[in-house]
Design a protein around this ligand. Structure first.
Ligand code: ADP
Ligand code: MG
Ligand code: MG
Ligand code: MG
Length: 414
């Protein structure tokens, strides 16, 4: 076997294949033959192993040449692991301590060895269980602001940023998934769609809303054409791992250059879906307080994004955009320009948010918050609230740019 020949790892072969790589063996420790190896990939796409030895543990993630949740018939390039690696490295620089640390990367094998996050669990599970996480919204808002700002020409030297856009533009297959599954499929009878049967009337209403479809396509156009910063690209509550007091973000294999608003909008959408699904998961005595907490997380996420972005604007504006030479050096404040940009980001984030709320109920990949509701009548009632709020956000985003207005809109639909 040549080094360049890709072979998928297994629990049986992992120790032999990675046992003499110091970055792995020194962290795991002991005889590789005695490593405890579990495959834990619960995602839609990849192999993920937890490898434990006498010293510690690492996670090994390897891309598969097809879409795991669909099967070998849907081919997907291995190179997505390269972009995940590039993104993890950049996120560590832009927002230290949030993404898992990378210990080793093998490009031909499309595998990444990284920090084992423990005792973290997937945030979506905690939200379904009704558990709280300290500083959740603040951490996410700061992460989105730091990656948005520091990955853009507000911060980066222009040649470096343009070279990076070039690097990431080699990734075609992954953005194509988002372009169809997120932005397009919800609004027509796409082959891989599925939805709760009782939703037929509301689905017809959404597909009949021309203004909605036009806005969704305009947001897709911004998503494909606007390369202002490096995105995570898949920032849903299944890409967030948490304890009660620690928040980490994994799985940036959908990373691409795109609009600053995209990650923020997707994250907020996943909290709104958690919010609307709660009546199926909580007893009556816990419901109101827990839903209130989710709305507080959303508000904290949005407001922390703005506060951190403003802080970086004041202290780290070193790129070609809005240079000090045009403002502060001429005794002109630039806060108005920053606020105008933040207003635009907020409005676009709400539209992306609405689209994500639609696709998770109507397109291929649903989320457990709704999917685990067995009573389809109840599920459809809760999904309808989510779909109608999503519609309002897409068509009329500008009306909800104040955090209080967004929270009120959620309460109105609940
Ligand atoms: P996919 O791209 O296939 O969705 P993920 O990166 O989301 O794969 O990983 C799948 C699962 O593996 C996660 O839901 C999580 O349970 C686990 N996992 C992934 N990375 C880590 C990590 N660094 N530490 C602990 N668990 C992890
Ligand atoms: Mg994942
Ligand atoms: Mg469903
Ligand atoms: Mg993934």
């Amino acid at each position: 076997q040549r080094a360049s020949d890709y072979v998928a790892l297994s629990v049986e072969t992992l120790g032999v294949r990675l046992g003499d790589i110091p970055a792995v063996s020194e962290r795991v420790g002991g005889d590789p033959a005695n490593w405890r190896i579990r495959e834990v990939g619960d995602g839609n796409l990849n192999l993920v192993f937890i490898v434990e030895g006498t010293q510690g543990a690492v996670v090994v993630k390897q891309a598969l040449p097809y879409v795991r949740m669909v099967g070998e018939s849907w081919r997907l390039p291995l190179y997505r692991a390269h972009y995940e690696y590039y993104a993890l490295v950049r996120q560590a620089r832009y927002a230290p301590g949030v993404a898992p640390e990378v210990f080793y990367f093998d490009k031909p094998q499309a595998l990444i060895v990284m920090e084992y996050l423990y005792p973290h669990v997937i945030l979506r599970r905690k939200l379904i269980k009704g558990e709280r996480v300290a500083e959740l919204g603040e951490t996410l808002g700061r992460f989105c602001a730091q990656t948005a700002f520091r990955g853009s020409e507000l911060s980066l030297p222009s040649p470096e940023k343009k070279a990076d856009v070039g690097l990431f533009s080699g990734n075609v297959a992954i953005p194509a998934i988002t372009e169809s599954l997120v932005f397009t499929d919800p609004y027509y009878d796409a082959e891989m769609n599925h939805h709760t049967p009782e939703l037929s009337a509301v689905v017809a209403r959404l597909r009949g809303n021309v203004a909605l479809k036009a806005k969704a396509q305009r947001m897709l156009m911004k998503f494909t054409a606007n390369t202002e910063t490096m995105l995570h690209g898949d920032l849903h509550s299944g890409s967030i791992m948490a304890t009660d007091a620690s928040v980490r973000i994994i799985d940036p294999e959908f990373s691409q250059y795109g609009p600053m608003a995209f990650d923020l909008g997707m994250a907020v959408a996943n909290f709104l879906m958690a919010y609307f699904s709660q009546p199926a998961h909580r007893s009556a005595d816990e419901l109101a307080a827990y839903q209130r907490w989710i709305l507080e997380v959303i508000a904290a996420c949005l407001d922390s994004f703005d506060a951190e972005f403003q802080r970086l604007w004041q202290t780290e504006r070193r790129g070609i955009l809005f240079p000090q030479t045009l403002f502060e050096d001429q005794q002109h404040a630039s806060d108005v320009a920053c606020q105008a940009l933040l207003d635009e980001i907020r409005e676009d984030a709400l539209a992306y948010c609405g689209i994500e709320m639609h696709r998770r109920v109507l397109s291929l990949a649903h989320n457990a918050d709704f999917e685990e509701i067995i009573d389809t009548g109840l599920r459809a009632r809760l999904e309808t609230r989510n779909l109608l709020m999503g519609e309002a956000l897409i068509v009329n985003a500008a009306a909800y740019t104040k955090t209080t207005a967004l929270v009120a809109l959620a309460e109105t639909h609940n």
